[in-house]
Structures are given as structure tokens and as C-alpha cells.
Ligand binder design. Structure first.
Ligand code: FMN
Length: 381
């Protein structure tokens, strides 16, 4: 491929360069993958109104997310095992995001630790928290996020138990990985990835190994992670975490208006309409289809963000037009990272920025802050 011009180009490159078990881990959804696919295809149904002979000079994509300035309303979503798409992946992605003026969110299940990312990047980033049964570990993790100067906590609520992705089971993706012979042979066709991995000490869950009680190595990590997601997580825990953290709090994984009401009552600063990229409840609504009813339920009482299925600047514009204050991208940046490391994440953000800018202009708007439903064709959303 000459030069990647679309997120799809980056996906194809990533598929070539990333070992199959990790590529599949990113490019898959739960069970039939119906919700995963609907996240993308439901965007295509929404149509934009083309406007002409409108002054399109001096355009601006600048906005804010939870009150923090962003060069465009797009953040990098928390994704586990990002450092397996490319060596030191979280550090590289955080650097690319900082350069682009957009937020990076570090997952609890990252390869590079909170401290690693803080030490290797100049800008504050956001931290995503999974609530584990070991509450001492959670308390310490929140302290560590504060010490790393994270400027927001993203609390994920849609993973009390794990959805199933068939590909991960078939590929033997577990902690530690139990790759099949086919996967081991596949590794040999990815020399660039292997060299990167040999060159970095970061090959395990950096936030957990050496920090959680009884987890000193990969084999103890395996039993810890399979038991630790807390199926009893409830709104009292949200309050406990809010008080413990004391800073900006974003609730991730809201897909139902009744939960949106509870999210407002929790006093958090924002919620993310999300179905975890179609990786949890297969058969759930796509995020873009769920967005309008969540916005109605919230009625302006808190900021509403969304993620799921965003593969272009047109998708970003549609979500903003419907009323989201900003969006998160998951796979779109993982493909860039797997394809070309830090430069690939920069490429992802450049592609999305350019598409967003041109699309906004052709819809007759010069400022992202003025974008609303009037740019959408009635009856298509
Ligand atoms: C490979 C992968 C790993 C993920 N890991 C996490 C995670 O650790 N924490 C979390 O809250 N969400 C996680 N997510 C969900 C993303 O934060 C986000 O909701 C989703 O990727 C958005 O959909 P998109 O990939 O279509 O943009 C993950 C998603 C992917 C694709």
C-alpha cells in the first residue's frame, strides 16, 4: 500500500503486521458480532445535508470535553493490551494524542503502567478504572492515578462479567497466552512486531503485576484476572469511587435511558454512551442508535459522550450533530498503532480531523460548536 488514506487502509496494514491473536482481539465482538457490526453500519444510515454557496473560510474544530480544551472532540478510548498491538503501545498512543491535542485514556488492563505512561509523556491523560473485588487494590490504583496527574477517571460499568469473543478462545488468548501452533507459526511472519517486543520490558499487565496482592508473575495473573471483575458492582460503589477520586468522573457503558437517569443522580461529570465496542451484550442497540434516547433522558444535566463504530470524520460529525459533546475512538487508533506505531496513531487522528473538517464545511458549517441536527437529513436518524 502506498500511503494509508483511510482508517480501513490502516486496518488492512495492521492485519498484516500484528500477530493474528492480537489483531483478532481488537477486530472482534461478542458472540455473533451483531452489535459490533451495527455500531458501524448504523452510522451509514444517517445522511448529511449538503449546503452550497456558504462562506467556508476560517473553520474551527476546537471544543471541550468535560471542560478540558480539545483540538477536536475526539478522545482515544481505553483499550486493554494496547501494548500488544505494538511494543510500548500505550506510551506511543499517549504521545500521539498529546501532539494532536486530544485526550488519551489509559486502560486498567494496559501493558504500560500508569507510571510508565506518565514518565514518558508530557501531558496529563485520563485513566479508565475497572472495579475489581480487591478493593485495596482499587484504592491504591486510584491513588496511583492521582500521583500520575491523571485529569479524569473513566469508570467502566459494562464489564461486571465478561462477554465472550469466540476468536479469543480459538486463538488461546488468555493470561498467560496459550497460543495454538498456527498462532506460533503466524508470529514468525511478523518480524517487525517480534523485534519490538524483544526490545521492550513491557509485556504484561503493567498496572497489576507487582501491585495486586499475590500477583507477581504471569501465571498468578491468570487466576487473578479471571476472578477479579466484580459482578456485585452497584451504584453505591460508584459513589465510593467518586468520593475516593475527588476529580472529574466519567461513567462509561451507559446504553439505556433508565441507567442514564441513575448516572445523572450519581453526580458524575459525564457519561459515555457505549456498548464496549460490541464486545459485551451482543444484541444490544448500536451506540449511535441509543444516543438520542440517552440525550433525551439526560436533558442537558450532564455531558454526554459516545463511542462505538467511529471509523471516519463523517461518523464523528454525525454523533456531534445528534448532540454528543465528544466521541471516543477505539479500533480506529488501534489499527493505526498496529500498522505504524506512534506515526500510525498520528495518521489516524489526521485522517479523522481532515474528514471531519471537510465534511463540516460541505454541510455549510464553520465551527464545530455550531453543529446540530439541522445538518442531518430528517428521517434518516
Ligand atoms: C481491543 C479492545 C480493548 C478494549 N479494552 C477496554 C478496556 O480495557 N476498558 C474499557 O473500558 N473499554 C475497553 N474497550 C472498549 C473501548 O473503550 C470502546 O468502548 C470501544 O472500542 C469503542 O468502539 P470502537 O472500537 O468501534 O471505536 C476495548 C475495546 C477494544 C476494541
Amino acid at each position: 500500500m502506498s500511503q494509508p488514506l483511510t482508517i480501513e487502509d490502516l486496518r488492512v496494514l495492521a492485519q498484516r503486521r500484528v500477530p493474528r491473536m492480537f489483531y483478532d482481539y481488537a477486530d472482534s465482538g461478542a458472540w455473533t458480532e451483531g452489535t459490533y457490526r451495527a455500531n458501524e453500519s448504523d452510522f451509514a444510515r444517517i445522511k448529511l445535508r449538503q449546503r452550497v454557496a456558504v462562506d467556508m473560510t476560517n473553520r474551527s474544530l476546537a471544543s471541550t470535553m468535560i471542560g478540558q480544551p480539545v483540538s477536536m472532540p475526539v478522545a482515544l478510548a481505553p483499550t486493554g493490551l494496547t501494548g500488544m498491538q505494538h511494543a510500548d503501545g500505550e506510551i506511543l498512543a499517549a504521545r500521539a494524542a498529546a501532539k494532536a491535542g486530544v485526550p488519551f485514556t489509559l486502560s486498567t488492563m494496559s501493558i504500560c503502567s500508569l507510571e510508565d505512561v506518565a514518565n514518558h509523556t508530557g501531558s496529563p491523560f485520563w485513566f479508565q478504572l475497572y472495579v475489581m473485588k480487591d478493593r485495596d487494590f482499587i484504592t491504591r490504583l486510584i491513588q496511583r492515578a492521582k500521583a500520575a496527574h491523571c485529569s479524569a477517571l473513566v469508570l467502566t460499568l459494562d464489564l461486571q462479567i465478561l462477554g465472550q469473543r469466540h476468536k479469543d478462545i480459538r486463538n488461546g488468548l488468555s493470561a498467560p497466552p496459550k497460543p495454538t501452533l498456527v498462532n506460533i507459526l503466524n508470529l514468525m511472519t511478523k518480524p517487525r512486531w517480534c523485534l519490538g517486543m524483544l526490545d521492550t520490558p513491557r509485556r504484561s499487565f503493567g498496572n497489576i503485576v507487582g501491585h495486586a496482592k499475590g500477583v507477581g508473575d504471569l501465571s498468578s495473573l491468570s487466576s487473578w484476572t479471571s476472578e477479579q471483575f466484580d459482578p456485585q458492582l452497584n451504584w453505591d460503589d460508584v459513589k465510593w469511587i467518586k468520593d475516593l477520586w475527588g476529580g472529574k468522573l466519567i461513567l462509561k457503558g451507559i446504553l439505556d435511558p433508565e441507567d442514564a437517569e441513575l448516572a445523572v443522580k450519581s453526580g458524575a461529570d459525564a457519561l459515555i454512551v457505549s456498548n464496549h465496542g460490541g464486545r459485551q451484550l451482543d444484541g444490544a442497540l448500536s451506540s449511535i442508535a441509543a444516543l438520542p434516547s440517552i440525550l433525551d433522558a439526560v436533558g442537558g444535566r450532564m455531558e454526554v459522550l459516545m463511542d462505538g463504530g467511529i471509523r471516519s470524520g463523517q461518523d464523528v460529525l454525525k454523533a456531534i450533530a445528534l448532540g454528543a459533546k465528544g466521541v471516543f475512538i477505539g479500533r480506529a487508533f488501534l489499527y493505526g498503532l498496529g500498522a505504524m506505531g506512534e506515526e500510525g496513531v498520528t495518521r489516524t487522528l489526521d485522517i479523522i480531523r481532515k474528514e471531519l473538517d471537510i465534511t463540516m464545511a460541505l454541510c455549510g458549517k464553520r465551527d464545530i460548536l455550531d453543529v446540530d441536527k439541522s445538518i442531518l437529513v430528517p428521517g434518516t436518524y
